[in-house]
Structure formats: C-alpha cells, structure tokens
Design a protein. Structure first.
Length: 94
C-alpha cells in the first residue's frame, strides 16, 4: 500500500505542510517535494510519474512522492515522531 504525502501526514498525526517541512529539514525531500535520495530511500518512498492530456496544452506531466507501507515507521523514526497507538480489537475474542 502506498500513501500520498497528505495521507502519510494524517497517519503520523501531522498536516501535509508540516510533514513536508520536517522532511525537507532532514534532507529527505528536495525543493520539488520529491525524494532527495531516491535510490537510498527506495524501500520507503518512490516517485510516481503521471500524465494526462489537456485539450489546449497537450500532454501534461507531473511527479509526486508516494510513501510505501514500511516508510511510515521509517519516517516516524527519521523525524523523531511517535506513531499513534493501534487500538486493540477485542471483537475476535471468544
């Protein structure tokens, strides 16, 4: 499962701008909000390439950062954040 930066921020209990600010301060993101070290951090983040056709401007291209599932805990460790507790599910107890 991959998350956008906004979804990852919510999971970590932050806002997207705050997460981006913290990640930039730790040199995890570049000025385009893409992974600063895509090869080193490939287990945790990746660049998603997208494209679409605009009727006046032609093909449009964009890139965005996606955080992989192991990247959530890694980001929390890198940024010194504590992950929210996972609620205990007692419904399966007989």
């Amino acid at each position: 499962m991959e998350r956008t930066l906004a979804q990852a921020a919510t999971h970590l209990g932050l806002t997207r701008p705050k997460l981006i600010d913290l990640m930039r301060k730790k040199s995890l993101l570049n000025d385009r909000n893409l992974p600063a070290y895509p090869n080193r951090d490939r287990e945790y983040m990746r660049v998603k390439d997208s494209h679409w056709f605009h009727h006046q401007l032609g093909m449009q291209y964009s890139q965005s950062t996606r955080v992989k599932q192991p990247g959530i805990r890694w980001l929390a460790d890198q940024l010194g954040l504590k992950l929210p507790e996972i609620p205990v599910n007692n419904r399966d107890v007989a």
